[in-house]
Design a protein around this ligand. Structure first.
Ligand code: AKG
Ligand code: FE2
Length: 241
């Protein structure tokens, strides 16, 4: 059997996944939602690049942005299953499953990280200056057992050291463009977003999938780090202690 596209290259860029008209309608729905709901501004310092953004989480999307929810549980799920070569499902953790990231110019950026899930889609709704997604596909050496968290953390440090990094992976830079979808092996592809320039907020949808019934050990700490302004106990909530 042929290797599934996401396995092969670690990522796939699919332009024109959403038509311009659908992007405009979705953006208008996001703007309408923002006008009625106070969204937290999350700011977490991190090495190299901070996490600085606003977010509409998956529960808010399910209850207030039905068209985005339908994309998550319909066409994007189908595409991701096809690209992964096996059936992929929305997360049981609805809050983390689908997000709208909002990044105003000048101050926003998104720290270097891996996602918790084997496949993630980034769907850009608009074109902005700057705000490129930077990816190192397949950089991570991923251990299978969550209880090996300490070893995983150490391995993650080692592979991101510049000389090791450049041996293992090539950096890919993706510019936001309306309707463009990037599919990646989120838990193996090291990625971040650079500073947004110009006058417009960068707005995209992040859609995460996993195998049926999968769970993530560091769920709770990571959720409050990503979706609330609470100060979290761990320096890096991606890892259990
Ligand atoms: O907006 C992007 O390009 C990436 C965002 C991201 O990596 C995330 O929300 O996990
Ligand atoms: Fe991510």
């Amino acid at each position: 059997m042929a290797t599934p596209p996401i396995e092969q290259a670690g990522y796939v860029i699919h332009d024109g996944f959403l038509e311009p008209e659908a992007c405009r309608e979705t953006l208008a729905a996001v703007e309408e939602y923002r006008s009625t709901t106070d969204l937290p501004e999350i700011h977490r310092e991190a090495r190299g690049r901070a996490l600085r953004y606003s977010v509409i989480d998956g529960r808010q999307i399910r209850d207030g942005l039905p068209d985005i929810w339908d994309l998550y549980t319909g066409p994007v799920q189908d595409l991701m299953s096809e690209l992964a070569g096996e059936a992929m499902f929305p997360l049981d953790n609805i809050r983390a499953g689908v997000n709208v990231n909002i990044m105003p110019p000048a101050k926003s950026e998104y720290r270097w990280h891996y996602d918790r899930t084997p496949v993630t889609a980034l769907l850009y709704l608009n074109e902005v200056e700057g705000g490129e997604t930077e990816l190192y596909p397949g950089l991570r050496v991923l251990l299978s057992e969550q209880r090996r968290a300490r070893t995983q953390r150490l391995l993650d440090r080692v592979v991101t050291l510049p000389p090791v990094r450049s041996m293992r992976a090539r950096k890919v830079v993706v510019s936001p463009k309306a309707g463009r979808l990037v599919a990646m092996a989120g838990n193996r592809c090291w990625h971040s977003v650079g500073g947004v320039e110009g006058r417009h907020d960068r707005i995209n949808v992040i859609l995460a999938y996993d195998r049926e019934g999968a769970t993530f050990a560091a769920e709770e700490g990571l959720d409050s780090y990503l979706y609330t302004t609470d100060s979290t106990a761990h320096q890096d909530p991606n890892y259990l202690r």
